[in-house]
Ligand binder design. Structure first.
Ligand SMILES: [Zn+2]
Ligand SMILES: [Zn+2]
Length: 378
């Protein structure tokens, strides 16, 4: 791409970085993107897809496959702390520390390219998906009845990867990123005066055993699984009162949806046993469910070929990543490839308060997607 175009994409990326919006509330971000796309030659578009999402369709003159390229609209409820940049977030407590600003710049650049170079056959859909960070956005987009009109044969996405060489393409066929879910376990007893604890029913013992027991569950499962307790609360801060309630929250992960679901079953059984032993009431809720990301062999081969033709350094990951990606849900619907794009060995990790997407890799991301489009649509 020419230098002015890349410069304008860097400007866009830094603008988006200053005005992040959290999951499900990305209306201003969507408006900004939509203003830019209105200047392009688009055949069709959809707004308010799955609440705030956008999709732009570029049609070729001949019939052919539909491919979809996805980026994410949302920032995070994390306070940025980065004195090294002049474009830091202007929204207190909210930041683009996952690099979704960069992913949006890449897909916008791809839109500029497609506007002047329509696919020879089939159609290309560019999707700006809401609410990736909470695992709700992909589901909302897929559930939107209008999504059926652009239902893809292939879907591609990238995520920048700190700790990998700049521009490196990191991929793996099959399991790529973990399935995960948040579990909240509420234990219910009743309070009493702290001078008479025997008159109350404290969930303290059950809660302590639950915190320790949950993290031991993976030991009995052969495939990779992981339980991380992220929050626990017992009673209230009142020295005259015994605790009547407790809550324990944990994230459960596995490389397949089945392993994650098995873990949920085991966590449920453990909580039921402990609650019964102490005569407590129990309520369990699940939240932020992410499907495992599974890279289809054909889509992966296309990605590898594209990286080869661009002479990019390819790293085939030996193990799936332990984090989860909302893109995983598309895996259950179509042939998908999610690949990593190295964002530098010295780059802070995703979600750290000093993370800032490296502008150098915007062009690399666009080149990869352009090449994939050539391979599918020429
Ligand atoms: Zn993230
Ligand atoms: Zn992300």
């Amino acid at each position: 791409m020419n230098t002015p175009t890349i410069q304008s994409l860097i400007q866009l990326r830094r603008y988006l970085h200053q005005y992040p919006e959290i999951s499900g509330n990305e209306s201003k971000t969507a408006q900004k993107i939509h203003e830019l796309f209105q200047e392009l030659e688009i055949d069709r578009y959809y707004t308010a897809l799955g609440k705030t999402g956008l999709a732009y369709v570029f049609e070729g003159p001949q019939l052919g496959p539909t491919s979809l390229f996805r980026c994410e609209l949302d920032g995070l409820p994390i306070q940025e702390n980065n004195p090294n940049i002049s474009h830091s977030s202007k929204i207190s407590g909210t930041s683009h520390v996952c690099g979704h600003d960069g992913h949006m710049a890449i897909i916008t650049g791809l839109g500029m390219h497609l506007s002047a170079n329509k696919p020879s056959k089939g159609r290309v859909v560019l999707l700006f998906q809401p609410a990736e960070e909470t695992g709700e956005g992909a589901e909302a987009v897929i559930a939107d009845p209008r999504f059926a009109e652009v239902y893809p044969d292939y879907a591609f996405a990238l995520h920048n990867l700190p700790g990998y060489e700049l521009h490196q393409i990191v991929l793996k066929e099959g399991a790529f990123a973990a399935a995960s879910v948040g579990i909240s376990i509420h234990l219910k007893g009743w309070n009493s005066h702290s001078a008479h604890p025997e008159a109350g029913k404290s969930p303290a013992k059950a809660m302590a055993e639950l915190v320790l027991g949950l993290e031991k569950l993976p030991a009995s499962i052969e495939d990779f699984s992981l339980v991380t307790v992220i929050h626990a609360k017992l009673g209230e801060v009142a020295f005259g009162t015994t605790p009547g309630e407790a809550v324990v929250m944990a994230t459960l992960r596995g490389f397949t949806n089945e392993v994650r679901d098995l873990l949920v079953e085991q966590a449920r059984r453990l909580a039921e046993e402990l609650a019964a032993q102490s005569g407590l009431g129990l309520e369990i809720t699940l939240t932020e469910s992410f499907a495992a990301t599974h890279n289809d062999p054909e889509a992966t081969a296309i990605g590898i070929k594209a990286a080869h033709e661009l002479a990019l350094d390819i790293l085939e990951a030996k193990q799936p990543f332990r984090w989860s990606e909302d893109f995983g849900l598309f895996s259950s619907h179509t042939k998908t490839l999610l690949f990593g794009l190295g964002s530098g060995l010295q780059q802070p990790q995703l979600h750290e308060p000093t993370f800032d997407f490296p502008d150098e890799i915007i062009e690399t991301g666009i080149s990869m997607f352009k090449k994939i489009i050539d391979l599918i649509h020429e």
